[in-house]
Design a protein. Structure first.
Lengths: 332, 340
């Protein structure tokens, strides 16, 4: 299996290259997709377009996918990330519309997202419902309550004039030439990576995700940790809700759900980067980047929108197949 | 593997009577309670909504539930064969997209002048192929079912858009009008289809050696393998069966809507809820085909009763959500598990 067992003593045998490609399926796919679109279109490899990928495609999904990575790291899943996005967006728009300061509105939005997470936490750690079903229930209840709050699902628009500049700054502003949403994502990636890898809390979560019963017998307070993970997940998803709202100046009920499946996809694509198949923030980000580049590139090729969905689905399928085949080959 | 550790912890934490009482209460509520609650619901709607308890209305509910029911039975088969762990166990997220594509194939074939036989074969073949792709991805490539069927769902939903250009393809044929008509006792033909399909599926899953093997593989794959069962083949066939259910529901949906539908993806969550609820209607809290029929009808009667009472349909999804949580909370309390 290893390079040293190679009887030919030649490094680059077809088998070896195959193994490397499988092991780093995500990176190979990223490079392949990047090269393909650079040649296939004249507009892909321009700085304007690459910036647009990061700002328009990458940011929001990246934030929601970080939230998802927390839940999956703890051995669960959070189907209600979109609900947190929506509730945060609703709270943000409502308070800004009512004339409260933007700072207070942001705080309220973050709290709303975290409350959705707290509801999940109570169901999962308190009642003992499995995360998939608990967050599925939350998703349904969130959907209904948003329709009730908005008279059957009417969008809430902000007026074009008279909004605080701070509000627009979150979605459209620049610091040192870098778009504010990107700075927020960058900070989030750094902070969450440190929390997961370098803190006692993060290691506890990873341990619980690997083998919950063992973590319990080693004296970890498992329910408390797991509950906190879902509150964090809701809190992080709320950040996406804030950025989304200040970018488009509107709250559309139940629009956050669109991120859920892609976030799951990105998180699990990311697990292929880890030797043990564990979720990790860098892997998740590569997954998000892959999905963003494909979405942007397919758009530029002028392919019909409908074929784009087929293409994206096929690509995810191939990456997953390659990485799971490889994991199986290593006997995991 | 983790099951015996959980039992161990039950002994060590068997500290108080309160927990035992909660478990007993939850068990009682689930075993007798689910049927009682269903009955109470029917009685409530019968009293409050005058048209509710008429043969015509019940027939209509059955007919309207046919598509959901067939899909949920497909998912139940996958859950039985894959085990109850939703992330690592059996699940088929591609079912709703499958319904959409099969319906689109059927409607396109009929509207381009092909006969019903060709169209039926086309729809079932589409569903079966989707099931086969799922099966290959899960059994041969070893992709987790949740992810494999998620990716397939995206591809299938995309293919449906390519085929229909996101429009409704209308279709009319003799077979379709028979399906969408009323049968004996003024009950929709679709209601009969649902009942006959349930009986066939229940017969195979609940009363044949094949069905027993399906349960064995889902409950304890290692033991099933040690006992010499072809685990992979059985799991693969459960996904193909589920795909065929998707194809069949596509045909039913074309007859119900006189054409293809662009909103098939919306069916996914109701299907998952219905299949998961089926455990409540079985004594040992395992998914069964009969239980799935009951939970389909529960969801159907709830929606219908609310319509008759003029309660906003926006509440239905919230009530479904609360329903899942109540059921699953009771189930997990009854099993005495902590955080799962």
């Amino acid at each position: 299996m290893s390079v040293f067992a190679n009887p030919d003593r030649r490094l680059f045998t077809p088998q070896f290259i195959g193994q490397v490609l499988l092991r780093y399926a995500v990176i190979a796919a990223l490079a392949g997709v990047f090269a393909f679109f650079s040649f296939a279109t004249t507009t892909f490899l321009t700085s304007a377009n690459l910036t647009s990928i990061l700002v328009n495609n990458f940011t929001l999904l990246a934030i929601v996918a970080v939230a998802m990575t927390f839940a999956v790291s703890a051995g669960g899943i959070d189907l209600s990330v979109g609900t947190s996005v929506d509730f945060a967006s609703f709270a943000f728009v409502s308070l800004v519309l009512a004339g409260y300061p933007v700072g207070l509105a942001i705080l309220a939005a973050l709290v709303s997202g975290a409350l959705v997470g707290l509801f999940n936490a109570l169901l999962i750690s308190g009642v003992g419902i499995t995360p998939f079903l608990a967050t599925l229930g939350t998703l349904f209840i969130g959907r209904s309550s948003q329709q009730l709050l908005t008279n059957g699902g009417n969008p809430v628009y902000l007026p074009q004039t008279g909004i605080s500049p701070l509000f627009l700054f979150i979605g459209h502003g620049h610091i040192l030439g870098i778009p504010v949403p990107l700075i927020i994502v960058g900070l989030l990636i750094v902070i969450t990576s440190i929390v997961l890898l370098r803190t006692r809390f993060g290691r506890a979560i990873l341990a619980i995700g690997v083998q919950q019963s063992v973590a319990r017998y080693s004296g970890l307070r498992v329910p408390g940790h797991i509950g906190l993970v879902y509150v964090i997940s809701g809190f992080i998803a709320a950040i996406a809700g804030i950025i989304l709202t200040s970018t488009v100046s509107v709250y559309i009920p139940n629009s956050g759900g669109a991120f859920m499946l892609n976030a799951i996809g990105a998180t699990f694509i990311g697990t292929t980067l880890s030797r043990e198949g564990r979720p990790n923030i860098p892997g998740t980000m590569l997954g998000v980047l892959l999905l963003s580049i494909v979405a942007n590139g397919l758009l530029l090729t002028g392919l019909s929108f409908y074929w784009q969905q087929v293409g994206t689905g096929l690509l995810i399928f191939i990456v997953l197949a390659a990485s799971f085949l490889n994991r199986r080959g290593r006997g995991d | 593997m983790s099951a015996d550790i959980d039992t161990l912890s039950d002994f060590s934490s068997g500290n108080d009577g309160a927990r035992r009482f909660a478990r007993w209460l939850a068990g009682f509520a689930l075993h007798g309670g689910s049927i009682l609650a269903f009955a109470a619901l029917l009685i409530f709607f019968s009293i409050t909504a005058p048209f509710f308890f008429t043969l015509g209305n019940i027939g209509n509910v059955l007919g309207q539930s046919a598509i959901l029911g067939v899909l949920a039975i497909g998912l139940t088969i996958v859950i039985i064969g894959g085990g109850a762990n939703v992330v690592k166990g059996g699940i088929d997220l591609s079912l709703a997209a499958n319904l959409g594509l099969s319906a689109a194939v059927y409607a396109t074939l009929v509207s381009t002048g092909h006969g019903d036989g060709v169209a039926i074969a086309g729809a079932l073949l589409t569903g079966g192929l989707i099931g086969l792709v799922n099966a290959i991805a899960i059994v041969i490539f070893g992709i987790v079912p949740l992810l494999a069927t998620l990716a397939v769902m995206n591809v299938v939903a995309g293919l449906e858009l390519v085929l229909t250009q996101n429009t409704v393809v209308s279709a009319a044929s003799d077979f379709l009008s028979v399906l969408s008509n009323y049968g004996p006792f003024d009950i929709p033909v679709l209601a009969y289809v649902l009942i006959i399909f349930t009986i066939i599926a229940a017969g195979i899953v609940q009363y044949t050696p094949l069905g027993l093997r399906l349960y064995a593989v889902g409950a304890f794959p290692e033991a099933a393998r040690a006992a010499g069962l072809p685990v992979k083949r059985i799991v693969a066939s459960s996904y193909i069966a589920s795909g065929l259910c998707g194809g069949l529901s596509g045909i039913l949906s074309v007859s119900y809507l006189s054409g293809s539908t662009t909103g098939a993806g919306e069916m996914l969550l109701p299907v998952v809820v219905t299949a998961l609820l089926s455990v409540v209607f079985s004594r040992r809290l395992v998914p069964t085909i009969g239980g799935t029929l009951l939970s389909t009808l529960l969801v159907g009667f709830l929606t219908n009763g609310f319509q008759l009472l003029n309660i906003s349909s926006t509440l239905v999804s919230g009530i479904q959500g609360i329903l899942i949580l109540l059921v699953v909370a009771a189930t997990s309390l009854q099993r005495g598990k902590g955080v799962a």
